[in-house]
Design a binder for this molecule. Sequence first.
Ligand code: ATP
Ligand code: MN
Length: 462
Amino acid sequence: MRPVRIKNILSDGNVGQTVTVCGWIRTKRESKGVAFIALNDGSTQDTLQLVVSAESPAFNKLQDCNTGAAVKVSGLLKESPGKGQNQEIEVSELKIFGSADSGNYPLQKKGHSLEFLREIGHLRPRTNTFGAVFRVRNIMADTVHDFFQKRGFMWVHTPIITSSDCEGAGDLFTVTSLELDKIPTGKNGEIDFCQDFFGRRAYLTVSGQLEAEFLAMSLGDVYTFGPTFRAENSNTSRHLSEFWMIEPEMAFADIDDDMDLAEDFIRTLCRKVLEKCEKEIAFFEKFYKNTSMNELADLSEKPFVRISYTDAITELLKAKKKFEFPVEWGLDLQSEHERYLTDTVFRGPVIVVDYPKEIKAFYMRLNPDMKTVAAMDVLLPKVGEIIGGSQREERLDVLENRMQDLAIPFESMQWYLDLRRYGSAPHAGFGLGFERMVQYITGMPNIRDVIPCPRTPQSIKF
Ligand code: ATP
Ligand code: MN
């Protein structure tokens, strides 16, 4: 018989019933011949109080009921007379699946640093903090699908291994089956990828966008939700080498539709988490103080500020604050600039649109001014850029000119150009970094703490 989850007992358990629960012991204290055990099973922020009295046959097993032990208990569910919980179980049966060596269990005490917990990645999901993070993450992932499915977007599965490197080869991981001590080389000593598994060089994908484009140009609105990889050596609190991205692509849509969708999407994520993870958010609000119910409620209602890149530069030039990086039309916005816009000027989310073409990707649609492209970034307070998106260039000649200017080889991009040769149509999309969004909602300071197994430079232990 499967146990009942503690979440269900606490929300709709009937007092007077006999129930069976399984979980891990958080704490145990004894007083006057009665023991109180706090049990958690990962289903909720709360623990369930187990009461073991001296008369219970379970009493003589208490010695092995240490913090960290996995147990199964059965007993009567009762109103709790004590403070801090409404219900408790009067234990009649107790089975210890696995005790935990009390001296060595690393999660003995409360209040470990996040850095220490990263060293025990396999045990940290048992803490309040990480239980909360992963429950919120789960609700958000579910909301992603619900949001797009309700709007008629089709979930498409773009490849993880790809041959396209046109987004900037520097950031890519190579995928190879060549033996590293016997790498075949050509005349000039260059690696001969013709002898590699796919007959040419392959990479881990940095984005599913290009493939999502051809799917949108046949199926209509689509979205991807999967892992992406970046080999960039940026050791920051907002970058992972492996992260999950959500990339909707809309057929017959322009940049305004794109911004509307992005805004609606972010608001929906905030609203759903507020609805379904109230306890978790209350926990983050209390212990980490980087998020709050009010802030999320605000974000789920207020329209985002929309400002052109040109006007954003004007705002930044007016700033009294001294920036580390220069502010000048034509230069990319650094995160200190983004933060200034969200945290100081507008005090909320900001969408910056129409960036200079020189600092954006080749596929973004050229605006009539011939200087800017229909690109937009959504910036959130504290985390900065959360979404990068654009209307795609659908005009064959304009796209070819752009590729020529940037010296992008045409051979491997013929299929992409075909989409502009045959039945081309306006389309737009964006990419949202899932972990950055989890980070924003939970207020966790470091992106390494919102994914079970963070991959960053020099770190892949768990
Ligand atoms: P940044 O300037 O912050 O490095 P980017 O411009 O490289 O980001 P895009 O290529 O536009 O990002 O990717 C779309 C989204 O994916 C970003 O808005 C961000 O939310 C997320 N993202 C990008 N790189 C990372 C990363 N290394 N780790 C986690 N999320 C990322
Ligand atoms: Mn970007």
